[in-house]
Design a binder for this molecule. Structure first.
Ligand code: HEM
Length: 232
C-alpha cells in the first residue's frame, strides 16, 4: 500500500461496486415512479416522465429485469459482509442508542452494521419476489399463458413486495444521509480512518491488519534487495 493510498483513507467500495450500486439505485427509482404511475391514479402524472401512459406500462417491466440483473450481481458480491453475526443481535437490542446517536455505547461492528444487513436481506427477499411475480403478470409476453389463479396471486405479491421494498429504500436513503460520510463512500469509494474506526471498528481493524501485512512484506522485499546489492 503506497503512501498516497494511506492518506486517501480506506477503500470501502471499488469502482464496480459503486457503478453497480448506482445503476440499481437509478433504475429502482425509475421502477418506483413508473410502478406507482400504473398502480394508482393518484400518481398518474408520473406517466409524463416516461412519455405517456402506454410507454410507462411497456417500459416498467424492462427496467425491472435490468434492475434485477444488476441486483443479483451486487447481492452475490455483498453476501459475505451481510451475514448476521453475534454482535449484530446486540446492536439491534441497542437500537435505542443507535437512534439517539449514543454511538459510543454500541458494540464494534464489521463492514456493515445490523441495519445495513437488514436492508440487504429485505432487498434480497423482495427483489426476486418482484421479478417472479412481475414476469407472471407481464403483458403481452407471459401473462396470457398463466393460469388465472397465478395471475391473481402474482398481482398481490407484486404490490406487497413493492411496498416492502419502497419502505426499505426510504429507510436506506434516510440512514445514508444521516450517517455522514456514507454517501461519499458510495460516490468516491474511500472513507477516512476516523470514520471507519468510529462506525465499523472491526472492519477498520481488519483493514489495518491487511495494510500492516502488505507493508511488512514490502519492507522485507526492500531489505532483501539491499542485501543482494551489497553481496559482490
Ligand atoms: C436511490 C437512492 C439510494 C441511495 C442514496 C443509496 C445510498 C447508499 C449508500 C450511501 C451506501 C453506503 C453505505 C455505507 O457505506 O455505509 C449504500 C449501500 C448499499 N445500498 Fe444503497 N442507495 C440507494 C439505493 C439502493 C437500492 C435501490 C438498493 C437495493 C435494491 C441499495 C442497496 C444497497 C446495499 C445492499 C448497500 C450495502 C449495505 C448498506 O450499506 O446498506 N441501495 N447505499
Amino acid at each position: 500500500m503506497s503512501h498516497s493510498n494511506r492518506e486517501r483513507g480506506i477503500l470501502r467500495y471499488d469502482w464496480w461496486s459503486r457503478v453497480n450500486h448506482w445503476l440499481i439505485a437509478f433504475s429502482f427509482v425509475m421502477l418506483v415512479l413508473s410502478g406507482l404511475a400504473i398502480f394508482h391514479p393518484y400518481f398518474w402524472s408520473f406517466t409524463g416522465l416516461f412519455g405517456g401512459p402506454i410507454p410507462t406500462r411497456i417500459i416498467h417491466p424492462f427496467i425491472g429485469v435490468f434492475m434485477a440483473f444488476f441486483f443479483l450481481i451486487m447481492a452475490v458480491r455483498f453476501f459475505k459482509v451481510s451475514l448476521i453475526k453475534r454482535y449484530d443481535i446486540q446492536w439491534v437490542k441497542q437500537i435505542g442508542d443507535v437512534l439517539s446517536n449514543r454511538d459510543e455505547r454500541l458494540p464494534p461492528v464489521g463492514k456493515n452494521n445490523a441495519g445495513q444487513k437488514m436492508v440487504y436481506w429485505l432487498m434480497v427477499t423482495s427483489v426476486p419476489l418482484l421479478l417472479i411475480s412481475g414476469i407472471v403478470i407481464w403483458q403481452p409476453y407471459f401473462a396470457p399463458a398463466m393460469p388465472r389463479l397465478w395471475l391473481r396471486v402474482a398481482a398481490v405479491v407484486h404490490a406487497y413486495a413493492a411496498f416492502a421494498a419502497i419502505i426499505t429504500l426510504i429507510i436506506h436513503i434516510y440512514s445514508a444521509i444521516w450517517v455522514k460520510g456514507s454517501i461519499r463512500a458510495m460516490v468516491q469509494g474511500r472513507v477516512s480512518k476516523a470514520w471507519a474506526k468510529h462506525h465499523h471498528n472491526l472492519w477498520y481493524e481488519e483493514e489495518m491488519e491487511k495494510q500492516r501485512r502488505v507493508e511488512d512484506a514490502a519492507k522485507r522485499e526492500e531489505t532483501a534487495g539491499q542485501q543482494r546489492q551489497q553481496t559482490p
